[in-house]
Design a protein around this ligand. Structure first.
Ligand code: F6R
Length: 248
């Protein structure tokens, strides 16, 4: 996998936002829409801030943009402070001219018996939109992409999953206590992610150094789902110095 190392996350975020903006504009010239796969969490926040800046300062329009978010906690009410619906509205959608009908985030309120069908429908919507052009990813300490925890197969698609203990510990501060972190999530699968034509994974900080080393240099295996990216033809991993520090 290609890796790029930056002095600061801000430099990396700026470049990623530029790449996305250029693709949006190119599609506008061709009178076509673009499909973005989006991530939440602390890592992509700066990219969204940059995109808002490009909208406000350079008039970048999102009128031709369709988005699919990777995941949502389950169960989760969209109005709850920790929901990824709230996150995306606050960090991006409320500040740009995207048509909210073009925004898709897994619904954490679906009845359990309907979740399977709902996930099939989510996959169908991605296909009908023409597939994902650019997929943004963060990475968890467990090696998860989306919420595909260790054990997720290369062939997995959108589904209900159980969060790892380490993931719930990492999310505890958002929920005040670990016991309030939902046990489940709806996530795009590994195969859903690998179908994207371009994948951008970001990781910053020393806490990500060891999992980045395993992702880039380790054997491809379900025990670190991010290693499946090694088989993707157009993935770049954007790192700061600390996150790259264990690469040989
Ligand atoms: C979020 C997601 C997760 C995060 C990962 C890293 O939509 O799919 O895989 O990207 O847990 O989270 P942060 O960026 O908070 O370190």
């Amino acid at each position: 996998i290609a890796t790029r190392v930056f002095n600061k996350p801000e430099e990396s975020s700026e470049l990623i936002a530029r790449e996305i903006a250029d693709m949006i504009k190119k599609r506008q010239q061709e009178d076509r829409h673009i499909v973005l796969g989006l991530a939440t969490g602390s890592t992509p926040k700066e990219v969204y801030a940059e995109l808002i800046k490009l909208h406000k300062e350079e008039g970048l329009s999102f009128s031709n943009v369709i988005t699919f978010n990777l995941d949502e906690y389950y169960p989760m009410d969209p109005g709850q402070a920790q929901s990824y619906v709230r996150f995306m509205d606050e960090k991006l959608f409320d500040h740009i001219d995207i048509d909210k009908n073009n925004v898709h985030i897994p619904d954490g309120t679906i009845d359990r018996e309907d979740v399977f069908d709902y996930c099939q429908e989510y996959e169908k919507k991605i296909r009908e939109a023409g597939g994902i052009d650019i997929q943004l990813l963060g990475i968890g300490r467990t090696g998860h992409i989306g919420f595909n925890e260790p054990g997720s197969s290369r062939e997995s698609h959108t589904r209900l999953v159980t969060l790892d203990k380490a993931t719930r510990i990492d999310a505890a501060s958002d929920f005040f206590e670990e016991r309030f972190v939902p046990r489940n999530a709806i996530t795009m699968g590994v195969a859903t992610i690998l179908d994207a034509r371009r994948i951008i994974l970001m990781a910053y900080g020393a806490g990500k150094a060891s999992i980045i080393q395993r992702t880039v240099e380790g054997d491809v295996s379900e025990s670190v789902p991010a290693t499946f990216l090694q088989d993707h033809p157009n993935t770049t991993i954007f790192l700061d110095k600390s996150a790259s520090s264990e690469l040989t």
